[in-house]
Design a protein around this ligand. Structure first.
Ligand code: DC
Length: 224
């Protein structure tokens, strides 16, 4: 049985860094699907189009070339072959990614590409619709969350460490806005799959969360 692990959760739950560590521990690949929506959001901005315009985004996804390349435990996200990994973490691209991700044509194109990758290797995938759609048949699904204040606090500290002095209140407001958009959109809103294990990391360290997810995966797939 191929090992496919789904991790979903809201903004700032720590999915990416935790998923990276769990995948390394289990010796499997990690696909960060948010990076693919971000690369397409960047493309929309570069094209001068409005990410909120469904018709424009539906036409644009047809001609977009977004790829995630997983090599040596690192993901490189490519837009028409250009490595845009370092350009997609800005607040502007975050907002564009959240906006473009509500359009059905964008979602089905991304989901198709992600399912194709999952068929080819043991993989841990993180995002918003992994347990409910991309890996709907996986026996191993985690829904990772934490309180909004704690998620905003973690994001704020990361940004301060990088020299970004956006006030905490602004970080919390942006996070709540993006959560709202991701949870209320019509197409595959962020929600916990019925068969996902809920992990609330508000009072857990990263090590504790990594241990808990690895233990769940080993329970299902056995020690690799
Ligand atoms: O995980 P992230 O913050 O990098 O994701 C960026 C945006 O992409 C997020 O606001 C919602 C969207 N997204 C999605 O709709 N489905 C996914 N599987 C992953 C991300």
């Amino acid at each position: 049985m191929p090992m496919n692990i789904a991790i979903d959760g809201p903004v700032g739950a720590g999915k990416s860094s935790i998923a990276d560590r769990v995948a390394k521990r289990l010796g499997i690949l990690h696909l960060d699907t948010g990076a693919m929506y971000r690369a397409f959001g960047l493309y929309a901005l570069r094209s001068g189009l409005d990410p909120q315009d469904e018709a424009a985004m539906t036409a644009l996804i047809e001609q977009a070339d977004v790829k995630a390349v997983l090599e040596d435990g690192e993901q490189r996200t490519l837009l028409f072959g250009e490595d845009v990994s370092g350009l997609i973490r800005t607040a502007e691209v975050s907002a564009a990614a959240s906006a473009v991700s509500k359009w059905p044509a964008v979602r089905s194109s991304m989901v198709r590409a992600q399912q194709e990758m999952a068929r080819q290797a043991d993989m841990l995938i993180d995002g918003r619709d992994i347990g409910t759609r991309v890996l709907a048949d996986s026996p191993c699904k985690i829904f990772l969350t934490a309180s909004a204040e704690e998620r905003a606090r973690r994001r704020y500290e990361q940004q301060v460490a990088k020299g970004d002095m956006t006030p905490y209140e602004q970080v919390l407001a942006d996070l709540n806005a993006r959560d709202h958009q991701d949870m209320t959109r019509k197409t595959e809103p962020l929600r916990q799959a019925e068969d996902a294990v809920l992990l609330d990391s508000t009072n857990m360290t990263i090590d504790e969360v990594v241990d808990a997810i690895a233990a769940i995966a080993e329970d299902i797939y056995g020690k690799q």
